[in-house]
Design a protein around this ligand. Structure first.
Ligand code: ADP
Ligand code: MG
Length: 140
């Protein structure tokens, strides 16, 4: 599936649509694209659609943040691996434990840092920055 968006709000709407598929199930969703493409913006729209209130800020410096999903006993994880320098750091992040509970929803920026994990991934979001406000979003 491919979407074209002309604003951050439109990208959030696309994210909200995808989030409906995860109302009752978990999974890993990867977000690829250059800095400023709109990966975190997508996560904001996704989280809001699941009823998560409050600001989703980029977890760049702490790498993972987690939010309870209202009216469920599940969690949404927002993981940003941009600053991951060495794979050895991964163990200290506890990612393997996070990946084990697939009832939760994991949204992951910069999945490329982990090498090939596509066998674990439910949905891949690829965002291309075309012009200042124009994005092409491929959903695989
Ligand atoms: P990333 O997490 O990929 O580095 P961010 O989501 O943090 O990117 O930033 C994207 C920036 O681009 C935001 O400032 C957002 O408002 C802006 N923007 C402009 N047009 C769009 C669009 N169509 N989709 C998403 N973001 C957009
Ligand atoms: Mg980001």
């Amino acid at each position: 599936m491919q979407y074209q968006t002309k604003s951050a709000e439109e990208t959030k709407k696309v994210a909200a649509k995808i989030a409906q598929n995860f109302r009752n199930r978990g999974g890993i969703i990867t977000l690829s694209g250059d800095l400023g493409a709109g990966k975190t913006t997508f996560v904001q729209g996704f989280a809001k659609a699941l009823g998560i209130r409050g600001k989703i800020i980029s977890p760049t410096f702490i790498i993972t943040r987690q939010y309870p999903i209202p009216n469920s006993n599940r969690l949404l994880y927002h993981i940003d691996l941009y600053r991951l320098e060495q794979l050895q750091e991964l163990e200290s992040l506890g990612l393997s434990e996070i990946f084990q509970n697939l009832e939760n929803i994991i949204l992951m920026e910069w999945p490329e840092r982990l090498g090939n994990i596509t066998s674990l991934v439910s949905v891949q979001i690829k965002i291309k920055l075309v012009t200042k406000n124009h994005r092409i979003i491929d959903i695989v």
